[in-house]
Design a protein around this ligand. Structure first.
Ligand code: C2E
Ligand code: MG
Ligand code: MG
Ligand code: MG
Length: 277
């Protein structure tokens, strides 16, 4: 009896595994078609200077608009895109689209707006990455100083020396590199010290507990100190409340991003919400 139940359970498990594998295969096929058909949208989230409330930049965040109108968040397909290599054409498209949009907005009277674009390790490690960035800047006419490429500490994993040189190379072009989700990685200070970064994005897990107490505030302060030491501007991510915003301002954080300041929205909506005041 028990044996039979066990067997049944095993079959159930095997079926579930097969289904998961099939789902993934299906998603993989859909994703590759979506890349071919260009079923993606870039949404933009404002970055605000905390002392003045001025809009200084925006982060480009990709979404998948499926044929039935459903909008799929990046967390549901970026990992698979990375695994399959589809992140290369997709990431290239996002970079080009975001740069072109930034140029349009600059032409419409917002010359100072910077655009931040997320870059996967897979893209970062492509030998053709630097020339691609240069080509896109050339094609779109965006000044390098208005482009910020967001990477995570994971680029330091496989080849820190190479990452260091690429960051250096981008800096020499005038393109800034931002370290995304800072505080969630494992890299040590000496690795960070040798990486030329222009921006440090403090992960939202440090922002969420604010105003908090001495402990929570000290962690933010340590990131601000590190930012200063690295000559990198600190951007606080995930600001959802006024209390969080006020505490970050009081602690001296220069720039913020988060739902409280504006959610990621399509370009047309971004204009209405942030550029036509
Ligand atoms: P990220 O680069 O750290 O982007 C910030 C994420 O936090 C975004 O999620 C954004 O919508 C969300 N967020 C912003 N403000 C708040 C807030 O106040 N509260 C909360 N709870 N969340 C907030 P999203 O758009 O779902 O993107 C998730 C991640 O997907 C990004 O994290 C990034 O790692 C990746 N991603 C997005 N677009 C791209 C892309 O074009 N290329 C690559 N390689 N990765 C991308
Ligand atoms: Mg980012
Ligand atoms: Mg982040
Ligand atoms: Mg991230």
């Amino acid at each position: 009896q028990a044996k039979a139940a066990g067997k049944h359970q095993y079959r159930f498990y095997a079926e579930a595994m097969t289904r998961a594998a099939q789902d993934k295969l299906h998603l993989r096929g859909q994703l590759s078609q979506a890349v071919a058909k260009g079923e993606f949208e870039v949404h933009y989230q404002p970055q605000v200077e905390l002392t003045t409330g001025r809009l200084i930049g925006l982060e480009a965040l990709v979404r998948w608009r499926q044929a039935d109108g459903r909008l799929i968040p990046p967390g549901a397909f970026i990992p698979l895109a990375e695994e399959t290599g589809l992140i290369i054409p997709l990431g290239t498209w996002v970079l080009r689209e975001a740069c072109a949009q930034a140029v349009r907005w600059q032409a419409e009277g917002y010359p100072e707006l910077g655009v931040s674009v997320n870059v996967s390790v897979r893209q970062w490690e492509e030998p053709a990455f630097m020339p691609l960035v240069q080509q896109i800047l050339l094609d779109t006419g965006l000044s390098p100083s208005h482009l910020i490429l967001e990477i995570t500490e994971s680029v330091l994993l496989s080849d820190p020396q190479d990452a260091r040189m690429q960051a250096e190379g981008l800096a020499s072009l005038g393109v800034r590199v931002a370290l995304d989700d800072y505080g969630t990685g494992y890299s040590n200070l000496s690795q960070l010290q040798s990486l030329r970064i222009g921006q440090l994005k403090l992960d939202r897990s440090f922002v969420q507990p604010l105003p908090g107490g001495p402990r929570e505030q000290a962690l933010v302060q340590s990131a601000l100190t590190l930012g200063q030491a690295l000559d990198a501007r600190v951007v606080a991510e995930g600001i959802e409340t006024e209390e969080q915003l006020l505490m970050l301002h009081a602690l001296g954080c220069p720039v913020g991003q988060g739902y409280f300041l504006g959610r990621p929205v399509p370009a047309a909506e971004f204009e209405v919400q942030h550029l036509q005041r």
